[in-house]
Ligand binder design. Structure first.
Ligand code: LLP
Length: 431
């Protein structure tokens, strides 16, 4: 199996986190997001402990909530010792509702609005990651109005190509951060801001990155800048945030990333690079999202229409969800592994495209899927949907978003209830 939390039981049913998926579908309905809480905890712990062991004091991973944000997830990652990366008022409000400490929040985003900046300051969000010159002034002004000194990190764009897909490549030419040629001016202006305390530097190279080398290359550029910043401005950062991005295995063709080993490589590289340049070694932060939650997730769908291909056309199996709960195929051509959850031991003799239920031909879940001659009512499972599925879902076609069920120690509980048509209509003004 693709991951150790996926199995098959004696009834020939797919299990996830030790629980029979057909029982979960019967109890909670489909489409259904599952989240293996034990796996999330294990991943979070792996980051927290490894960083504690091999990096300077204060080094800590931030959970990038954009991968999966709902109140329950913040409880889980915070209790495992992660801090949080938030990108909007909505994410801050969700984390606060879950009881997260705002001091542990780092506010990201390339276009924080004035209202969001004021909201974050009012709610005592610990750090801002300032994305550009305009925002520098806006945060300084808001901090002045609130009568506080806001701790900030500056986001720089080191120009590293992480060899990932274009939509998630952020180390090169993109709308995020300040390019290295403007970095010294950015720092100088930030240091002039009376209501900001510049405590660190940040970069993020991209997402779904399988190798630590691009992180090491980015770290070199950041350390080079730190050396210049020390010489020219006497600036010594406490924190160096190298962003998120470790890749996960969606299909058998994807490599396995040994995250603790890669973290140790980064730690050794930064230590050596800092000492070579005579720099104070900053505490390090990483911002994993996908690698914390992706393989802790699975989506269950029920098969509806089955259309065997005739005259050389493809065969199609349509399910009761699709791009409304997971737009990643439509957006990035993302690949997934699909299991015939209710008939795992059947002979997989039917090759088909698994399509969604939305009214457009691009609504595809996966292509070239081999299933045991599918029938209406069969249960299909798509593995590794914990990241960027729930968080990117929509109500396209006025489809209600699925429930999310958390699994812990073999027990299931609802983390987010299923959306209802009443929820959808509740914001419509009917005159
Ligand atoms: N930090 C920053 C500043 C980011 O922009 C991101 C992701 C992360 C951390 C977390 O990266 P991760 O560890 O999850 O790779 N929707 C796309 C992924 C977009 C990633 C955006 N930024 C997808 O579904 O593949």
């Amino acid at each position: 199996m693709l991951h150790t939390n996926i199995g098959v039981n004696a009834a020939g049913h797919l299990t996830f986190a030790g629980v029979d998926t057909t029982e979960l579908a019967a109890r909670f309905g489909t489409p259904l997001y599952l989240l293996d809480e034990d796996r999330v905890r294990a991943r979070a712990r792996e980051y927290v402990q490894t960083m504690r062991e091999c990096m300077p004091e204060g080094s800590v991973p931030l959970y990038a909530g954009k991968a999966l944000s709902f109140a329950g997830i913040y409880r889980v990652v915070c209790s495992e010792g992660m801090n949080i990366d938030v990108v909007s008022q909505g994410e801050i409000a969700t984390a606060l509702a879950a009881g997260a400490d705002p001091a542990r929040m780092f506010f990201h985003g390339n276009n924080k609005t004035d209202a969001e900046i004021a909201y974050a300051i009012k709610n005592k969000v610990g750090h801002f990651i300032v994305d550009g010159f305009d925002e520098l002034c806006a945060v300084d002004r808001a901090a002045a109005e609130a009568g506080v000194i806001q701790r900030v990190l500056l986001r720089l764009t080191p120009g590293i190509d992480p060899h990932t897909f274009k939509a998630v490549n952020t180390g090169m030419d993109c709308q995020f951060g300040v390019q290295m040629d403007g970095a010294m001016r950015f720092l100088s202006e930030a240091l002039e801001c009376e209501h900001l305390s510049v405590v660190g530097l940040h970069c993020h190279i991209g997402s779904q990155v399988f190798d630590a080398q691009p992180f090491l290359d980015a770290a070199d550029i950041m350390l080079g800048f730190m050396q210049d910043a020390l010489t020219m401005r006497g600036f010594i950062p406490e924190l160096l945030d190298l962003g998120g991005g470790f890749g996960v295995r969606y299909t058998e063709a994807d490599p396995h990333v040994d995250i603790p080993a890669e973290i140790r490589r980064i730690a050794a590289h930064v230590r050596e690079g800092a000492s070579k340049r005579g720099l104070f070694e900053p505490a390090i932060m990483l911002e994993p999202g996908r690698s914390i939650v992706a393989d802790a997730g699975m989506t269950l769908y029920t098969v509806g229409q089955v259309k065997p291909g005739t005259l050389g056309a493809k065969s199609y199996v349509s399910v009761d969800g699709g791009m409304s709960d997971d737009p990643r195929f439509a957006l990035y051509g993302a690949r997934y592994t699909v299991y015939p959850a209710s008939r795992m031991n059947g002979e997989k003799d039917f090759v088909c495209t698994v399509a969604g239920r939305c009214c457009e031909s691009g609504d595809v879940v996966a292509e070239n899927v081999a299933l045991p001659s599918p029938r209406r009512g069969d249960l299909l499972a798509v593995a590794v949907t914990g990241a960027y599925n729930f968080s990117m879902a929509s109500n396209y076609n006025r489809v209600c978003r699925p429930a999310l069920v958390m699994l812990r120690g073999g027990e299931a509980r609802v983390g987010v209830r299923r959306e209802t048509p009443e929820d959808l209509i509740s914001r419509d003004v009917i005159e």
